[in-house]
Design a binder for this molecule. Sequence first.
Ligand SMILES: *Cc1c(COP(=O)(O)O)cnc(C)c1O
Length: 387
Amino acid sequence: MTRPANRLSQLPPYLFADVTRKKRAAIAAGRDVIDFGVGAPDHPTPRFIVDRMVEAVQDPANHPYAFGTGTAEFRQAVVDYFKRRFEVDLDVATEVLALLGSKEGIGHLPIAVVNPGATVLVPEPAYPVYVSSTIFAGGVCHEMPLREENGWLPVLEDIPGDVREKSVLMHLNYPNNPTGAVAPLSFFEEAVAFARKHDILIAQDAPYADLYFGDPPPSMLQVDGAKDVCIEFHSFSKTFNMTGWRLAFAVGNAEVLLALGKVKSNLDSGVFAALQQAGVTALNGMDRPEIKNQMEIYKGRRDLLVSGLRDAGWPVTPPPATFYVWAKIPEGTDCWNVATRLLDEADVVVTPGAGLGKSGDGFVRFSLCVDEERTAEAVRRIAKLSW
Ligand SMILES: *Cc1c(COP(=O)(O)O)cnc(C)c1O
């Protein structure tokens, strides 16, 4: 019996296969490809974090299994960060859970809280893990379209009554990938009231909470009583250029974190203690110039790309947060055609919006993980194309 289980064939089709294949072929053919498709920082982890890790790895006390919800020191650093950054109090014993990346936590959450056949509310376009983790747990997805006219927020009144009654979990993601939108606290208030009324857990995914260009985005836990119905995921990956390290945490409802922790203790055996120590150093160093400077770099790239695309006739709006530009494409074409022609005629790779959800048609996603010189070169090439 070597055949994969049926749940694997229930995963949505991988829509980027064509773009990926063409990109590989272009690179293999020696073409000068500029890749805005990758949503991962292009800079190394800041030195002060690497140094702490090197030191921590050498301590034998860090070598055994680090079972449990996270070291006391790590959980306290999260509590301190939440107080400093959001003025939210967390209970260090029950309201913080260390994760091996937020994808891991989101991926395991439905096993902890979704019974087979239950409905999960997922935004679209979105990061694919909300859907795949639901499918793995035998849940059923109901999509909440994100549209520009609603500020890229789901319209909760549009969720049909029978769906509300069957729903047990709602995924949200602000600041948002792919749209770059920030949710105002008023939306979080509305969502918490909705969740309370319909007895739904909200999982708010916030890996970009500290990648912003204007006012700092809020945490959902700033809403009074949010902890009754909500957990929030935070990650070291994007803020600290630590994608490969695999470190994140969930905060919020103690009962849900206990359930998620129970799933995790059956599947993994905790986050490497040395990594948790490096994480403490990272969180406590959030205000260091290395981290602030990173935002200035993304901002420079954002402004260069947005103004270049606008000059080329694209009706693009600059994002207030994240390292994505969700670019509205020129009139009269679609996102697949734009992505294909950018690759074929300009050697520029972007993510077609509809590949992340059907409401993404009319947009392509550029990640800002390409330096200014290459971004400027891409803009020059794009300007030569007419649509
Ligand atoms: C990058 C990303 C993640 C993954 O974060 P990890 O902590 O590296 O697993 C989760 N959600 C969204 C929306 C992302 O863009």
